[in-house]
Design a protein around this ligand. Structure first.
Ligand code: ADP
Ligand code: ADP
Length: 542
């Protein structure tokens, strides 16, 4: 069903639209009559990193529960005793045979990193060191703590950690275990680019040097591209059925996914293609200024952290991307613009109305989504509001849920909607990509862009997903310095100059996929990497 009809589609509309439809074959598991069914399983392989690319709610956790021997698959025979010999027969001769046999022999141990690290403090109470120590099964914990940069927080109580710190603690706790099969459900939320690269490197090392099987779900495509040896695309209809493809090469998998068409499966999963521009876009705004802010200075405590921002102009109707490492002062700057924080030097024009979506979203009112959003705007429910906000952010399905029951990705979409629904001069969004799947990132990106274009609204977006920043921004504001010590920002720049500044700080260059122009991270020290660095072209061609 496409969600409109309950029964099988009487008009074959699904076939006409060529949208994913349930397969004719047996699923690997079905939860109940008319319940979610999963087709296909990912195949973990020793010494390799296997990626899964696809939306939330499509059966990834179900698949992993099967691979962890927690859920016995019923091959679609709801109510029957699960029969492993049939399952093994089904997978004979495939990449999974060896894994499943070892698993049935009890030879496979599993370590898992959960998706929503924000929930860790609800499940564990105590100092961070106590959580970490119980995971030190390979004697690698000390090294992991240092390389992930979490030494300064190990003595803190777990509920004082930021999202980025929790993410790195969770990564250390998972990778420190002595398991055969590691499952990591997202490694990048709340991490900056160099932290993402470190996490990717640690996962790769465990595969290559210790011959472990690594399975990673990741929505930051630049990182997925870097980390995986092969990927499975997952598609279907969230909540109804999910199909996991056989493994594809990383390049083909990501390219097919972006193009919206899976070649081997002859399956269209999206109507439009996601395209990247090889050349920096020319700013399409009139250049009218929305706000000119003076040079700003701010420090916390005595020499704890100091920020210095050059004076600059934000143009009316533009999307200004904001990039730079964690702890460099981006939120501090945002708070000063929003009038929530007094600068030590310089004064911000306080006539500006700012709508602000913070990085960590705390909504704990026991209130329904629709009730909450209708308190923010009188436009709630109008056709304008539905087309511009509710539809691209996929809010329809969650309108009647309670804010407190939402998953991380759902909460993020409600928070973006709440921010864009305000009547403001400047929309300031801090890490809107966190916990959104690739599809939702693309939709959120175009919702923010369209909203800015159609309403002469101006947006400032802080994010670490380089694809999202590329697709979203007209210009860039680059922060640099020494995290947690001092930060500085030059004035906003064009995309090409900005990307060069930002990526030269990180020492990373991108090449272009020849077929799709998709940016891909160059191997450090490779010929292209050296050539581009010499030419000073880190991202866009001139
Ligand atoms: P993902 O990890 O891709 O987000 P899941 O595997 O957690 O997806 O869930 C896929 C679908 O299966 C969801 O619609 C979920 O509601 C449903 N589901 C998960 N567990 C059960 C269960 N025990 N009984 C019935 N349905 C379930
Ligand atoms: P970013 O948004 O780039 O991650 P922030 O502006 O949040 O950076 O923080 C910059 C630095 O200032 C960090 O080291 C942070 O710990 C510190 N900091 C932020 N807010 C406060 C505060 N209210 N008091 C003391 N230090 C703070």
């Amino acid at each position: 069903s496409c969600g409109i009809c309950v029964e099988k589609c009487p008009f074959d509309a699904i076939q006409i639209l060529n949208l994913p439809q349930e397969l004719d074959e047996e699923p690997i598991h079905r939860y109940g009559e008319n319940s979610f069914a999963l087709y296909g399983l990912p195949a973990p392989e020793e010494g390799r990193v296997t990626g899964i690319l696809g939306p939330n709610g499509i059966g990834k956790t179900t698949a992993v529960r099967i691979l962890a021997d927690e859920l016995a698959p019923n091959l679609g025979e709801v109510g029957d005793e699960p029969d492993w010999s049939e399952v093994l027969e089904e997978y004979r001769g495939t990449a999974l045979q060896e894994y499943l046999e070892a698993m049935r022999e009890g030879d496979v141990t599993v370590a898992r990193k959960p998706q929503y690290v924000d929930q860790i403090p609800d499940q564990f109470d105590g100092p961070t060191s106590a959580l970490l120590e119980q995971t030190d099964e390979r004697g690698a914990l000390d090294e992991l703590i240092d390389r992930l940069g979490i030494r300064p927080v190990v003595d803190q109580h777990i509920d004082t950690l930021s999202g980025g710190e929790l993410q790195r603690v969770a990564l250390a706790a998972t990778l420190a275990r002595d398991a055969d099969f590691y499952f990591l459900d997202e490694i990048t939320p709340y991490l900056d680019i160099s932290q993402r690269m470190t996490a990717a490197r640690l996962v790769r090392e465990l595969a290559e040097e210790e011959n472990r099987s690594m399975l990673v779900v990741e929505h930051d495509l630049a990182i997925l591209d870097l980390i995986a040896d092969a990927i499975h695309v997952a598609y279907g209809q969230a909540g109804a059925f999910g199909i996991i493809t056989p493994p594809k090469s990383v390049k083909n998998g990501i390219n097919e996914y972006l193009s919206g068409y899976l070649e081997n499966e002859n399956m269209r999963i999206r109507e439009t293609e996601i395209e990247f521009e090889e050349h920096a876009p020319r700013s399409n705004t009139t250049g009218q200024s929305l706000v000119e802010y003076p040079a700003l200075e701010k420090s916390y405590g005595e020499g704890e952290f100091s920020l210095s921002v050059e004076s600059g102009t934000i143009h009316e109707g533009e999307v200004l991307g904001v990039v730079g490492p964690n702890g460099i002062g981006k939120s501090t700057f945002a708070q000063m613009l929003a009038g929530r924080l007094e600068p030590d030097e310089g004064e911000v024009d306080s006539r500006l109305d700012i709508a602000y979506k913070p990085q960590y979203i705390e909504i704990d009112q026991p209130m329904r989504v629709d009730a909450f959003l209708s308190t923010i705007t009188d436009d709630f429910g109008s056709s304008f509001w539905k087309t511009e906000i509710a539809q691209p952010l996929q809010l329809d399905a969650i309108m009647e849920q309670n804010l407190t029951d939402l998953s991380g990705g759902e909460r993020q979409r409600v928070a973006i909607a709440a921010c864009l629904s305000e009547d403001a001069d400047l929309y300031l969004l801090d890490e809107p990509s966190a916990h959104l799947d690739v599809e939702q990132r693309v939709l959120a990106t175009s919702a923010i862009r369209r909203y800015a274009e159609n309403n002469d609204a101006t947006a400032m977006v802080i994010d670490h997903d380089i694809y999202m920043i590329d697709l979203l921004s007209d210009r860039l504001l680059v922060f640099e310095g020494e995290p947690a010590e001092r930060g500085r920002a030059a004035e906003p720049q064009g995309m090409r100059e900005g990307m060069n500044d930002f990526l030269s700080n990180l020492d990373i260059t991108f090449r272009r996929d020849e077929r799709t122009s998709r940016p891909r991270i160059n191997k450090p020290g490779s010929q292209l990497d050296r050539e581009q660095k010499n030419a000073g072209e880190y991202y866009y061609a001139p």
